[in-house]
Ligand binder design. Structure first.
Ligand code: NAP
Length: 457
């Protein structure tokens, strides 16, 4: 993938990085000249057909992701330009890079039609990335809460809030879109364009890449389990967590434990069984020990496999069924999830990694008064609360490794093929891993928990 980018970019951005690392004054940040162009991880509109006829799992981000030199985006009202020290791979970066379930250029074109300002997003390239730990460089007209020099993390909920729909819960905004997926100018670039109401304080005890690896999955898990809009877990609830050492699952384990629930993890290897236990999930099922749910053709489910999962869970819970099933694998697991949930229980879902056409036996849902809740990212308040817990050391990053921006394609490939545990961080302007900590004493107190996945995954 790696195209050479001009050394001029590095030298222009060097002053910005030096100012960040020397903790320069706010005035210095405000007066720093911005480069005209920057490095960015992109996919190209003229390549959206490149994987036609190839099975999903073989579509390779290493063929579609580019590191380009592109102009800095224009700053608009209520927005900020931020210097991205680190970002992270999310599964939406995988979807973008394999053009599934549809090319993200469709989102950018639709957004571009909304207004003259929004037209900035409709470009022949898409800068990906929905997480960032960054430093504010410039704020647009109307921004009062943030200023150049502020160290921040970015949550990915981009809203307009022009209509009434989003004013109880901004996820209901008709203009809502996920930054870096449904918008351009995401976090996998030297400089990102965000709405100012995406910014939150960076946890001071974390490195840039650790901080960047948290917001998208942590805030999503918070809404699904803790916030008022999800399954509203209570003390003692048994929560079945698919992918308990993955991005979403690793935060679900932490929220369930914090809230006095009983996490039961599902993972796919003995190594991950050990990792889930180290994270505090004492009850773990290795799904490789269970019969396969679907036949080889992927057309019919074996309901005996649902029963086997339910039995495995009961063996770990003194016979109790899950009050909540935390769903995201989708087609492969959804039938089993509906089956194993307790009478009156909740299946909360935010994704369909293995396929979005789900099949389940509705008798188990209605006769047993279960409910399914759809959930998607988090509103600003939920995101802020999740980040507050991170700042207080009450949830910790689950980053297992980090790559430089130039290797973002390899990182996306590893996430696509379920090769990585926890999260993969991407170092953008951070020259090396381990930078960005401004509260060493707090880091020391939580060191084992912060570095768990870096040591054991
Ligand atoms: P991840 O870090 O790759 O973790 C997913 C985990 O799911 C893996 O660790 C894997 O664990 C498990 N898994 C994968 N395929 C499975 C299958 N067929 N059956 C059972 N388990 C399977 O990904 P993530 O960041 O957690 O994201 C998961 C999904 O949620 C993605 O589709 C993503 O796009 C979506 N998502 C949605 C939102 C939202 O706001 N709507 C937010 C975040 C993520 P084992 O192999 O160990 O079982």
């Amino acid at each position: 993938m790696t195209e050479d980018v001009s050394p001029r970019i590095a030298s222009e951005l060097r002053d910005i990085v030096d100012a960040i690392e020397s903790d320069a004054s706010d005035e210095t940040f405000a007066s720093l000249p911005l480069p005209e162009s920057m490095r960015a991880a992109t996919v190209h509109k003229d390549e959206i057909g490149m994987f036609e006829g190839i099975p999903s799992e073989e579509k390779d981000p290493r063929k579609s992701v580019h590191i380009d030199e592109v102009p800095l985006p224009e700053l608009g009202p209520n927005e900020a330009l931020v210097a991205v020290m680190a970002s992270a791979i999310n599964f939406n970066t995988v979807w973008t890079s394999i053009f599934e379930p549809l090319p993200t250029f469709n989102f950018l074109e639709r957004r571009g039609r909304a207004s003259a300002l929004a037209a900035r997003h409709d470009l022949p390239y898409h800068i990906m990335g929905s997480d960032a730990a960054a430093v504010v460089l410039r704020v647009g007209p109307g921004v009062t809460k943030w200023k150049p020099g502020d160290r921040v993390v970015v949550h990915c909920n981009d809203v307009t809030l022009e209509g009434p729909e989003g004013h109880d819960d901004s996820m209901m905004d008709t203009g809502e879109g996920i930054w870096g997926f449904e918008t351009n100018f995401g976090g996998l670039a030297d400089v990102a364009l965000v709405k100012a109401n995406q910014l939150m304080p960076k946890p001071r005890h974390l490195t840039w890449e650790e901080a960047a690896s948290m917001p998208l999955v942590s805030c999503t898990a918070y809404r699904m389990l803790v916030g008022a809009n999800g399954a509203r877990m209570k003390q003692g609830d048994v929560v079945l967590i698919w992918g308990a050492t993955g991005g979403l699952g690793g935060f679900a384990v932490q929220y369930v434990r914090n809230g006095g629930g009983i996490p039961v993890g599902v993972v796919s290897s003995e190594k991950r069984v050990g990792l889930a236990k180290a994270l505090g999930c004492e009850r773990v099922v290795n799904r490789r020990d269970l019969p396969s749910v679907w036949d080889d053709a992927g057309t019919k489910q074996d309901t005996k496999a649902w029963v086997a999962l339910g039995k495995a869970v009961r063996e770990l819970t003194d016979g109790e069924d899950p009050d909540i099933v935390y769903e995201h694998p989708g087609r492969q697991t959804f039938g089993a999830s509906v089956f194993v949930a307790k009478r009156g229980g909740t299946i909360v879902t935010c994704a369909s990694t293995s396929g979005f056409m789900h099949e389940y036996d509705n008798r188990y849902l209605w006769m047993n008064l279960k409910r399914i809740i759809g959930s998607h990212f988090a509103n600003y308040k939920e995101a802020w609360e999740a980040n507050r817990l991170a700042c207080k050391g009450m949830v910790h990053p689950i980053m297992s490794r980090s790559f430089p921006l130039e290797e973002v394609d390899e990182a996306a490939w590893q996430v696509h093929r379920n090769m990585a545990e926890g999260k993969i961080g991407i170092r953008v302007l951070a020259a090396e891993a381990g930078r960005g900590v401004t509260d060493a004493a707090m880091r020391e107190r939580h060191y084992d928990a912060i570095t768990l996945f870096q040591r054991e995954a």
